[in-house]
Design a protein around this ligand. Structure first.
Ligand code: GDP
Ligand code: IMO
Ligand code: MG
Length: 428
């Protein structure tokens, strides 16, 4: 197997964690390259359920796991997650978990600003996870972030925190909030530093060594293409690039190392938080998808909005990311439906659209055009062979392939690791 870049092709929660864990059986290294603990990836292995937020899904198989420079890392959340998973029997050490020395830290001040800004937005909330993701990325591009490497230099840490305080206190003044306590944050960072620093290394170099040793690398995306800060449904997006190209930037490897781009794709659509969602269902079918799919967020527990498969949206993701094949997830959730619909285009203002336009105003007006086919009404949960899928389910899959222009190379029929159909070998 060659390298694979795994990304979510919709609005997140497609099942990336399950597939990264499944593919990791044949990989040597798993790398997260963007996002932070806004992500929530659930993996089910036999009787055990693992919930991951920051850690690459490779930790479950004990693979070398790398948190790349493109990730924003809350060090306290990371330590808690390591502790929780260690309690579940996993072994996570500085030998198998590397954190990039240039990764930005998410600080308590980022999370409190994230929440305060959401509060101030009133009805126009983005519905962020409140983890401080946006403000931390703003610190990075604003050139005032505290980064992992800074923890190793206590002598200059205070001056860096003062720079940060200068910015935040100006903001806090406007928000009528109490000023930022520099000494308290410096103390917190000094306390956490010795626990995190053993993992901190030049991740790009670890990955270059892996390349030289001809190791196989999985790049694990978080969120989904429609949440990308440039290509998604802006401003209802996360604050990082979630598209495949970010794998190279957020890990520190050449673009030629990304390998096969695999788009993890739910057999229907979901979204958590606010923002346009043309195929959203507000009826009994939507409720069926939510209930049968257990569509409640791993990170915040919020109910996910559900809707029909949007082939226009996924095709756009395919084009923007260079997706070569999709892993089609959660087909079993649709088992009881008598009819299934697929969005093949939109109308807005009397015009037809065969893509999602960038304008927030236009996106809000998109009305889906559907084609409908009979449902399979056969239990698919746990099916492991393509030949065991009923013809109506195969027809649905083939139509999705035709409309999106890519093959379903993997089909998943339950949360369980092994309930996965390998339709085609993925070669890097
Ligand atoms: P991620 O964020 O992309 O990793 O996805 P999440 O883990 O947040 O959400 C996917 C949910 O669907 C998890 O609870 C998985 O256990 C579950 N899941 C994954 N694949 C399947 C599948 O094929 N069928 C069903 N019924 N559930 C699945
Ligand atoms: P995984 O990796 C689904 C959404 C939030 C909100 C928007 C911005 O599990 O697929 P943020 O806290 O990132 O500033 O919130 O992005 N969001 C996700 N939705 N899955 C995720 O991750 C998400 N991470 C962020 O709900 O709408
Ligand atoms: Mg998730």
């Amino acid at each position: 197997m060659g390298n694979i870049t795994v990304i979510g092709s919709q609005w997140g929660d497609e099942g990336k964690g399950k597939i990264v864990d499944w593919l990791a059986a044949e990989a040597d290294v798993v790398v997260r390259f963007q996002g932070g603990h806004n992500a929530g990836h659930t993996l089910v292995v036999g009787e055990t359920t693992y919930k991951l937020h920051l850690l690459p899904s490779g930790v479950v198989r004990g693979k070398l796991s790398v948190i790349g420079n493109g990730v924003v890392v809350d060090p306290w959340a990371l330590l808690k997650e390591i502790e929780r998973l260690t309690g579940q029997g996993l072994t996570i050490t500085p030998e198998n978990l590397i954190v990039s020395e240039s990764a930005t830290l998410i600080l308590p001040v980022n999370a409190s600003l994230d929440k305060a800004l959401e509060e101030a937005r009133g009805n126009a909330k983005i519905g962020t996870t409140g983890r401080g993701i946006g403000p931390a990325y703003e610190d990075t591009v604003g050139r005032r972030a505290i980064r992992m490497c800074d923890l190793a230099h206590p002598e200059t840490l205070k001056a860096k925190v003062e720079k940060l305080a200068f910015y935040y206190n100006a903001l806090y003044k406007g928000l009528n909030a109490s000023p930022f306590n520099v000494d308290e944050l410096v103390g917190q960072l000094q306390e956490v530093a010795p626990k995190i620093l053993p993992h901190v290394a030049p991740a790009w170099r670890v990955l270059d060594d892996a390349k030289t040793a001809k190791k196989t690398v999985l790049f694990e995306g978080a969120q989904g293409v429609m949440l990308d800060v440039n290509h998604g449904t802006y401003p209802y997006v996360t604050s990082s690039n979630t598209i495949a190209a970010q794998a190279a930037i957020g890990a520190g490897v050449g673009a030629d190392q990304m390998g096969y781009v695999l788009g993890i794709t739910k057999a229907y659509s979901t979204r958590v938080g606010s923002g346009p969602f043309p195929t959203e269902l507000f009826d009994a079918v939507g409720d069926t998808l939510t209930e049968r799919g257990h569509e409640f967020g791993t990170t915040t527990g919020r109910r996910r909005r559900c809707g029909w498969f949007d082939a226009v949206q996924v095709k756009q993701a395919v084009k923007i990311c260079g997706i070569k094949g999709i892993a089609l997830m959660k087909l079993d959730v649709m088992d009881t439906l008598s009819e299934v619909s697929i969005c093949t285009g939109y109308t807005a203002n009397g015009k037809h659209y065969d893509y999602i336009p960038a304008s927030e105003d236009l996106q809000a007006q998109l009305k889906p055009v559907y084609e409908t086919m009979p449902g399979w009404q056969t239990p698919l949960r746990g099916v492991k062979k393509l030949s065991d899928l009923p013809s109506k389910a195969l027809k649905y899959i083939h139509r999705l392939e035709e409309l999106t222009g890519v093959e379903a190379v993997i089909i998943s029929t339950s949360p369980e690791r092994d309930d996965t159909i390998r339709v085609k070998e993925i070669l890097g």
